[in-house]
Design a protein around this ligand. Structure first.
Ligand SMILES: [Zn+2]
Ligand SMILES: [Zn+2]
Length: 782
């Protein structure tokens, strides 16, 4: 435990301490779900004078809207951007990152009536909020407007011709702006700034797509003689400048010192206890669920008069959490029950404002929500935030926690661990939550599967020169262009590479939020309504016939899946069980790019081919108990991607204390936990990656554990795992050993996506394997 002991926090008179004692009082005697509590101290704000170049016409409306003086970090970033330097400002939630780009952009647009600027946000809601702020400021000479899928066609002409600050998103830039750049000539020629907001959300495959999109934008701008300055805003992550440089392809400086004031917060880490009476898969113990725990806390907080927000993973979870809290409160006072509600994505702006108002005024005291509230909703200054399950990244966690805290008094933030190795690790390692961030935002714009369609798009926008190709995708991109020529999509002429079908642009076929390839469409059987799409790669394991599939928090059961046609039929149904696919997986090494020896341990990075065939599924009750196993006959799926792997000789396992019969379970358990822990060092989800472990792999000839990217060509996750292998595997080992279960559970080595039904798994064996690996890594290469 850190410098601040739980005792101090538990005994203090502050609001956060009072609330923490209240939620603890509701736990059964003899239980101690609290693993850590500490105060995150208040911070005084540090202001700076207005930069001399900001005119009165920009300063006055900002002052009228409450900005009396900018914070130091806002000025530091604005100064760089004004000087034409590409910059990323990476500071905490509610630290006023917007002002960092508003100052240079508004000033430029005001002083030069011919200048233009582009703003990009990952979600429409955030873009709409930012646009509203700028419109409210009403700076003379600035004509701001949105250009997205909702903009009426007649208005689009006006935006192209007259707007000086256009608010859009990557999807619209890709489909609406770049393919028709001829209509945007005037705007693009005058483009001085590109603002990329919430840039940490551009990670993994989506980030790789956006990176190429921004390179295409820069190329088209350069064609018109414009070289805009990029200003990016990011949550706090490790090495933001490095990630921003990969994203934009430019040298980007960073501003990371947050000088905004912050109220004190009591942060509590919470691990629900194991239940005595229930057992799960393969007899594993089961914890009280994070959702049930959160429900009860929300009720206790409302009873204490606190305005509280609970973040839950799914929409159904949010509704159940609110319902649970209302039920507890109704027993005390029916009026109190009315003060708790669930909130979900898809609300209209008016409904969102009404909810914000109700929470602010105190007529509503407890709200359970999915992470829909994370971006673009103006709720702050609450008394308590309960986060049910680590939301995947620290950036998201702090964004959610940032809703708590008013000036003058402190607030309570609780992280409730779910049954997951990463959650287990975090509640037992407060420094990983509260110290310097370890997770880096990774993406890989050189992935040939992402690069190829963007090169085709770029060629259809303006024919590609050799320099263009290298600027878009590095030296190896030339071979990708050769492939496109061989496929007949591009043609080589003297002026460069040309898109082959002038009338038929490639843009519509590129899904920048998907994995490439045709998406599988989800259709409701009775109504024919299209519900959404699923990646073709994950379809066999997630939407096979009989699968229970959650879509936007609603539950469906799949009737049929046709992979050739790319369509799945399903109907709304909420059975009491969930399903888990069973599969047979094979992995072959295509190319070993790096291989380092640490004594008899080898750690390698390279490209692999993974073949997976779904052969059936299990139906499981919420308790984890398996109802039955249903066979399926699905086609095998082949994935070429990147992987990191380590191998040890058999003798090393024997010396570590493992007889051959235990090798499969020990390696399998080490693989599962490592997959669960990768989000600690890279911004990813365990569903973005996969793994294979085997006591004898034909390509290495030894016991081997592979962890691979889950998408064709990879998205940077295996590369980051390879780079951070010591921190990653050490944390994996700690997560397993910190779990108090006797022989493996979902909090340590069981995986919700295991194709082998989590069998065999050897928890103590995994610790022995990881100790052997970490010991050799510590001795260094050689
Ligand atoms: Zn466990
Ligand atoms: Zn497995």
């Amino acid at each position: 435990m850190g410098g601040n002991h739980s005792d101090d926090v538990l005994e203090g008179p502050s609001r956060g301490s009072v609330l923490l004692r209240r939620v603890l009082a509701g736990t059964p005697a003899g239980e101690s779900p609290l693993t850590h509590a500490e105060f995150v101290a208040a911070r005084e704000g540090k202001t700076e004078g207005w930069p001399a170049w900001v005119p009165e016409a920009v300063r006055a409306p900002l002052t009228a809207h409450g900005v009396t003086q900018p914070w130091s970090h806002q000025v530091a970033a604005a100064e760089r951007a004004w000087a034409g330097e590409h910059v990323v400002v990476a500071t905490g939630t509610a630290s006023g990152k917007s002002l960092a780009y508003q100052l240079p952009v508004l000033t430029r647009l005001h002083t030069d009536p011919r200048a233009t600027a582009l703003y990009l946000s990952p979600t429409k809601a955030l873009g709409a909020d930012q646009l509203r702020t700028v419109l409210d400021l009403d700076v003379e000479g600035v004509r701001a407007a949105s250009y997205d899928g909702d903009t009426p066609i007649p208005e689009r002409d006006w935006v192209r011709q007259h707007a000086t600050w256009v608010f859009t998103n990557p999807d619209m830039l890709h489909r609406g702006v770049l393919p028709r750049h001829g209509r945007w000539t005037t705007f693009l020629r005058r483009l001085r700034y590109v603002v990329v907001d919430e840039c940490h959300t551009y990670r993994g495959l989506f980030g790789s797509h956006v990176a190429l999109l921004l390179r295409r934008l820069r190329r088209v701008c350069a064609r018109y003689g414009a070289h805009p300055t990029f200003v990016l805003a990011s949550a706090t992550v490790s090495e933001p400048a490095r990630s921003a440089s990969v994203l934009t392809g430019l040298d980007v400086a960073d501003v990371t010192e947050d000088s905004s004031p912050r109220g004190a917060r009591a942060v509590a880490l919470w691990e629900p206890p194991l239940l005595e009476e229930v057992t799960g898969e393969n007899g594993a113990p089961v914890r009280r669920s994070a959702g049930a725990e959160t429900s009860r806390m929300l009720a206790d907080l409302v009873l204490e008069g606190a305005r509280s927000l609970a973040f839950v993973r799914s929409r159904r979870g949010a509704e159940l959490t609110a319902l649970g809290a209302r039920r507890v409160l109704a027993e005390v006072d029916p009026d109190l029950a009315e003060q708790v509600a669930a909130y979900r994505a898809g609300y209209l702006p008016e409904e969102r404002r009404a909810l914000e108002q109700a929470l602010l005024s105190g007529s509503l005291r407890g709200v359970a929500t999915t992470n829909a509230l994370e971006l673009g909703v103006d709720i702050a200054g609450l008394d308590a935030v309960v986060v049910a399950g680590f939301p995947g990244t620290r950036a998201s966690f702090w964004q959610q926690a940032g809703r708590a805290g008013r000036s003058g008094d402190d607030a309570l933030v609780v992280l409730v661990a779910r049954d997951d190795p990463l959650d287990t690790y975090l509640v037992h390692h407060p420094e990983a939550m509260l110290g310097a961030p370890l997770e880096r935002c990774v993406l890989d714009p050189t992935n040939p599967y992402v690069l190829a369609p963007h090169l085709a798009c770029a060629a259809s926008e303006i024919p590609l020169t050799r320099e263009d190709v290298e600027a878009l995708g590095g030296a190896s991109a030339l071979s990708v262009v050769d492939d496109l020529v061989a496929e007949g999509l591009l043609r080589r002429r003297r002026g460069g590479w040309f898109w082959w079908h002038p009338s038929d642009r490639p843009h519509a076929g590129v899904d920048i939020r998907g994995s490439g390839g045709e998406q599988v469409v989800l259709v409701e059987s009775d109504t024919g309504r299209m519900l959404g799409t699923v990646d073709p790669g994950t379809a066999p394991a997630t939407i096979h016939p009989g699968a229970v599939h959650l879509h936007q928090g609603e539950s469906y059961v799949v009737d049929s899946l046709d992979l050739d046609e790319g369509i799945a039929h399903l109907h709304a149904e909420d059975p009491e069980w969930t399903t888990q696919a069973r599969s047979v997986i094979d992995i072959t090494v295509e190319e070993t790019e790096q291989c380092a020896s640490y004594g008899d341990l080898q750690v390698c990075l390279g490209s692999v081919e993974v073949t997976e065939q779904v052969v059936g599924f299990l139906r499981k009750l919420p308790s984890g108990r398996v109802i039955d196993s249903v066979p399926l006959d699905m086609p095998a799926r082949c994935l070429r991607t990147r992987a990191v792997w380590y191998t040890l000789p058999e003798s090393a396992l024997v010396v570590a204390g493992l007889p051959p019969a235990r090798w499969p379970g020990a390696l399998h358990a080490a693989e599962h936990a490592a997959i669960g822990m990768l989000p600690l060092v890279a911004t990813c989800d365990r569903w973005d990656i996969g793994g294979v472990s085997t006591a004898l792999h034909p390509d290495t000839g030894r016991p081997t554990v592979f962890v691979h990217d889950g998408h064709p060509g990879g998205a940077g996750f295996a590369d980051r795992a390879h780079e951070a292998i010591r921190e990653w595997l050490a944390a994996t080992r700690d997560a397993i050993s910190a779990c108090e279960c006797p022989s493996g559970c979902p909090s340590c080595v069981q995986s919700p996506k295991c194709g082998n039904g989590n069998d065999p798994l050897d928890k103590t064996g995994a610790i022995l394997v990881l100790d052997a690996v970490l010991g050799r890594l510590a001795e260094g290469p050689g």
